[in-house]
Design a protein around this ligand. Structure first.
Ligand code: G6P
Length: 372
């Protein structure tokens, strides 16, 4: 009913709007005033966590994309190698697992059969399993050695939104906690991350207040045949997630690419007017990331693409090559997926609505897939 949807047309829009609160709830009680992480509920001892020499993240769908984002942050902060794998592939390829392997199973529902089977396989091989889950008492956390609940509240729409953001936040907490426990020199950078996380709910509220141009753009793109998404670094999984949302909801052909791979094939897909959504990292970030993607945007535009650029406020370097700019609040590179994903959720939802689809119940999809 309309009341259940809190005045929104769809549960998905309601859940998109709930993201600031959902993130605040994921953080609640887990950050100290001294910029440290407290995860007392995670029943792995500090010694267990010090012994970890390899991390595997296993998940499906949108939760897998959260894992892909997490890899960048966890490896950067902890220096522990971290692999991310589709749960449905993991156990069939005989992964190398032992007591010092930490397997992180990410699942909104806690009932996804592929993820459950992957974690059972990991346990059989003596790995330690930590679940990141949104559903209290569900099977995946029950069978894991430890659990970090996302506390995002129930997610009704089939396409995942707030669960994704809270999973990413939970992964950041685990990465920071591991760094802390292992005595990795708490760089200024990491203390600053905690402060940035605390500001995130307000930042997201401000972002959600300026989605009107995204809605207008959605109406415009509703008749496109295909939409491509490109990104680098953490912007790459964001591009994958943007494309997945569009497939799920709008039943359109959509694909996400690592921008650096364009030249190895995908650039041949670009034709006159092909919409390409470009996820741009902060110009303030380290390395050449920002410059590299600006040149990727130039390349696709030179071949006729219609460029839709998700960029930080005040990023003027992208303006000459952007047919549309969707600006997002300034955010350090590793945390940027929390802001850059949001306009892509709104875009997919609004394109689907414009095409007349049932946004909350897309054809052929289920909220939780309990078969292998
Ligand atoms: C289904 C849902 C997706 C979800 C995936 C994994 O395919 O439609 O939205 O990302 O399952 O679900 P989980 O509950 O394990 O996160």
């Amino acid at each position: 009913s309309a009341a259940e949807k809190g005045g929104f047309d769809y549960f998905m829009l309601k859940e998109i709007a709930e993201q600031p609160q959902a993130i605040a709830d994921t953080l609640l009680g887990r950050l100290t005033e001294h910029g440290e992480i407290r995860l007392d509920e995670v029943r792995l001892t500090d010694q267990d966590l010090r012994d970890v020499d390899k991390i595997f993240i296993v998940a499906c769908g949108t939760s897998y994309h959260a894992g892909l984002v997490a890899k960048y942050a966890i490896e950067h902060w902890t220096r522990i190698p971290c692999e991310v794998e589709l749960a449905s592939e993991f156990r069939y390829r005989d992964p190398v697992l032992d007591r010092s392997t930490l397997v992180v199973a990410i699942s909104q529902s806690g009932e996804t059969m592929d993820t459950l089977m992957a974690l059972r396989h990991a346990k059989d091989q003596k790995a330690r399993v930590l679940a990141i889950c949104n559903t209290n008492g569900s099977t995946i956390p029950r069978e894991s050695d430890a659990v970090l609940y996302t506390h995002g509240g129930p997610e009704i729409a089939v396409a995942s939104t707030k669960a994704f953001l809270t999973q990413v936040v939970a992964c950041y907490l685990i990465g920071l906690h591991l760094a802390q426990v292992r005595g990795i020199k708490y760089a200024d950078e990491v203390g600053a991350v905690v402060a940035q996380l605390q500001e995130m709910p307000d930042k997201l509220r401000a972002l959600l207040d300026r989605m009107d141009p995204v809605r207008a753009l959605a109406r415009d793109l509703a008749s496109a045949g295909t939409v491509l998404f490109i990104g680098r670094h953490v912007g790459y999984p964001v591009a994958l997630e943007g494309a997945l949302k569009l497939k799920e909801l709008a039943y359109m052909h959509a694909e996400g690419f690592a921008a650096g791979e364009l030249k190895h094939g995908p650039i041949s897909l670009i034709d006159h007017g092909t919409p390409v959504v470009c996820v741009v990292p902060s110009p303030a970030g380290r390395g050449m990331l920002h410059d590299k993607i600006v040149s990727n945007i130039q390349e696709v535009r030179a071949r006729g693409a219609r460029t839709i650029v998700i960029a930080e406020d005040g990023d003027e370097a992208v303006l000459p090559y952007a047919d549309h700019v969707i600006s997002v609040p300034r955010t350090p590179t590793l945390l940027a997926p929390l802001v850059t994903t949001v306009p892509l959720q709104v875009l997919a939802c609004e394109i689907a609505a414009a095409r007349g689809h049932d946004v909350d119940q897309p054809r052929n999809l289920a909220k939780s897939v309990t078969v292998e």
